[in-house]
Design a protein around this ligand. Structure first.
Ligand code: FE
Ligand code: FE
Ligand code: ZN
Length: 278
């Protein structure tokens, strides 16, 4: 069995997200730690955080997955952008200590001209400056489509970031099915092979979460346009094989498909139906 859920809005607080997800039928969720423009966040009410932690435990939820801002770019060629990113990461991880034992994922970044090698060392540096041994969050690098100067479009690049940090035991990977497919990993005809490569290069023990999305574009397109389950080029049968793959059981799967609430509820129930056959 996997854990299944989708992205939720933090507007009504933390416990509200847990309750909403339960009403959707899911048992994990993701949320953006700050608005998409990377602005300020509302202060957390400590009672709300504690109430969510109790709720997650009593309802048997899987780990929840915070998502860092899209504007956070730890390897930009602009120093100010890098500094802002570092500060966002620091504050986000500080806040995550209110939810110990959960996950925080972010896009490794775009090197905007510096080159892949320089980008990788900047990302590793930033992680080492912010992660401390006493933190209770696993920080996940997301697999990317590899568009533009994006870092993380290959398993090798993610491996290298992890290798270059001294805090590597706190770092894992979030496998985005749309991004990985768009990056050229054939999840339709070669799922076992892709997971074997992941294991060889990064290690499946680092794989802590899945972003469960179909893709509007063909394998290798490097586009990053998500599609509803079964309506994209990965297709329903391959999505089912991913969700039921033995190597991925126990992980939180987060839907980032273009849906309103009723669409998410439907997709969650599709996945729950697959779980019945396991
Ligand atoms: Fe993402
Ligand atoms: Fe994603
Ligand atoms: Zn995406």
């Amino acid at each position: 069995m996997i854990h299944i859920g989708c992205h939720l809005s933090i507007t009504d607080g933390y416990l509200a997200m847990g309750r909403t997800m339960k009403s959707f039928g899911g048992d994990t969720f993701a949320w953006f730690t700050r608005n998409p423009r990377g602005g300020k966040t509302k202060p957390v009410v400590p009672e709300d955080a504690l109430a969510l932690n109790d709720f997650l435990e009593s309802e048997g939820f899987g780990p929840i997955v915070a998502h860092g801002s899209y504007t956070m770019n730890l390897c930009s060629s602009k120093e100010e952008t890098r500094a802002n990113g570092l500060e966002m990461l620091r504050l986000d991880l500080q806040r995550m200590e209110l939810f110990p034992g959960n996950l925080y994922n972010f896009h490794p970044g775009s090197h905007t001209g510096l080159g892949t090698a320089a980008g990788i060392s900047l990302i590793a540096d930033a992680l080492d400056r912010v992660l401390t041994p006493d933190m209770h969050t696993t920080v996940l690098l997301e697999t990317m489509a590899g568009k533009g100067s994006e870092i993380g479009g290959s398993f090798e690049e993610l491996r290298e970031i992890i290798d270059r940090t001294v805090c590597g035991d706190k770092i894992g990977v979030c496998f985005d099915t749309c991004h990985t497919w768009d990056a050229g990993y054939d999840l339709v005809n070669g799922l076992d092979g892709v997971l074997q490569r992941f294991d060889d290069i990064i290690g499946l023990d680092r794989l802590k979460a899945v972003h469960f999305n179909d893709s509007k574009n063909p394998c290798g397109s490097r586009k990053d346009r998500h599609e509803k389950l079964g309506q994209g080029m990965i297709g329903m049968e391959a999505m089912r094989r991913i969700a039921t793959h033995p190597a991925l059981q126990g992980l939180p799967f987060i839907l980032e498909t273009p849906n309103d609430d009723s669409g998410y509820i439907e997709e969650i129930h599709t996945v729950l139906d697959w779980m019945k056959d396991l």
